[in-house]
Ligand binder design. Structure first.
Ligand code: TXA
Ligand code: MG
Length: 352
């Protein structure tokens, strides 16, 4: 049986969070909001509970979860050999949507680390998540979706995927950023970006200096070896097919998208276009169904609505979705990484 508790994201009722913390401490599974997406959490020190996460998510057993902490003391509990200079930097960037891969401490079991000698750690910038951890223990949590589906950014997404399978869902409204945390591997020199997220490459380089950005982290290089065990799996995808259009120039992008949509309609397909506030009118006025994802003037709005938009595709009476691409700057890098994966790498580019 699943219990649903509503809280105010910015000022959560401590009694409600204590109830949830109690569920974690007793070995239960709690879905909770973070600033990125909802997580499905269990105590990092309870192997049985962590195994249950894999069962309910249908997650491959070799894909480790991020350990969520609420203090730097807990960092030393879960990780070893944390460089001093890194700790100073973490005081600046945490809490925040940045996950760091470090050597694991001996307290972390083979189940919690999936047998690796490293752990991914982050301190979430969300009052609900932070209070939940500080009232319980470090929490191992992947995103609270069925494996392969878009990550949940609202409690309703968690309810759809996991109702009846977990103990508690804390509804704290919409996640602030809407895409998962940035991940860097700090056991490598220079640090390597594994997953782009709300903490941008530009910000990373300003704080950490040189950071390597391999092709795979962009959502390209899909034929190359996975950077980390979990990255070889299909991610974020709606059930219906999605094609991504890419063009450096906006008029060209709209033309490319319109031509493609028109071709598909001629083949008898029902099409929906995922577009921006600046471009949606061009499709709507010729009769296409649209999902407005956000504004090109602020790509954080696109990030925030992206996974909800991907989930909407499956609830609509359409056969195919076509999504416009975005410039790969700032959080646009994370948006494009998720869209490429969601499309199963079906990408169409303009010739110009
Ligand atoms: O924003 C987020 O990161 C959200 C919220 C809930 O915190 N969590 C999240 O978890 O997106 P998940 O499990 O969906 O993605 C975690 C990624 C996986 O691709 C996994 O392979 C990678 O982190 N990962 C975890 N531990 C790792 C390790 N030791 N080495 C390399 N990659 C690791
Ligand atoms: Mg996930």
């Amino acid at each position: 049986m699943t219990l649903l508790l509503k809280v105010d994201a910015l000022n959560p009722d401590r009694e409600v969070i204590r109830r949830a913390a109690d569920v974690i401490l007793k070995g239960g599974l709690v879905a909770f909001p973070t600033e990125t997406v909802y997580g499905l959490g269990a105590s990092t020190y309870n192997d049985e509970a962590i195994r249950r996460i894999y069962v309910v998510k249908n997650r491959p057993m070799d894909n480790p979860s991020i350990i969520h902490i609420s203090s730097l003391n807990q960092l030393h509990e879960v990780a070893e050999d944390v460089p001093e200079e890194l700790e100073e930097k973490l005081k600046i960037v945490w809490p925040g949507p940045l996950t760091i891969i470090l050597r694991k401490s001996s307290r972390i079991s083979a189940v919690a680390s999936c047998g690796l000698n490293t752990v991914a750690v982050r301190m979430p910038a969300h009052p609900v998540a932070l209070t939940l951890i500080s009232e319980s223990t470090p929490i191992s949590a992947p995103s609270a979706n069925i494996s392969g589906k878009p990550s949940p950014t609202r409690a309703e997404h968690v309810i759809r995927d996991l109702w009846g399978k977990i103990d508690l869902i804390i509804d704290g409204g919409e996640s602030f950023f809407g895409v998962e945390s940035t991940i860097i591997d700090y056991t490598r020199k220079p640090p390597v970006l594994y997953r782009p997220g709300p903490f941008t490459v530009e910000e990373l380089r300003r704080i950490f200096g040189e950071v390597k950005v391999p092709e795979q982290a962009l959502g390209l290089g899909q034929f190359k070896e996975a950077l980390a065990p979990g990255m070889k799996y299909r991610h974020y995808a709606p059930d219906k097919p999605l094609i991504l259009t890419e063009c450096g120039e906006l008029d060209g992008l709209v033309k490319l998208t319109l031509d493609l949509a028109t071709d598909e309609v001629k083949k008898g397909k029902k099409v929906v276009v995922l577009c921006s506030s600046e471009t949606c009118g061009s499709y709507a006025k010729v009769g296409f169904r649209i999902i407005e994802v956000g504004s090109r003037l602020n790509l954080y709005t696109v990030a925030k609505n992206l996974f909800h938009s991907l989930r909407l595709i499956d609830s609509m009476d359409v056969d195919l979705a076509i999504a416009e691409g975005y410039p790969e700057v700032g959080v646009g890098l994370a948006v494009m990484n998720r869209l490429r994966k969601a499309s199963g790498y079906k990408m169409v580019k303009c010739t110009a």
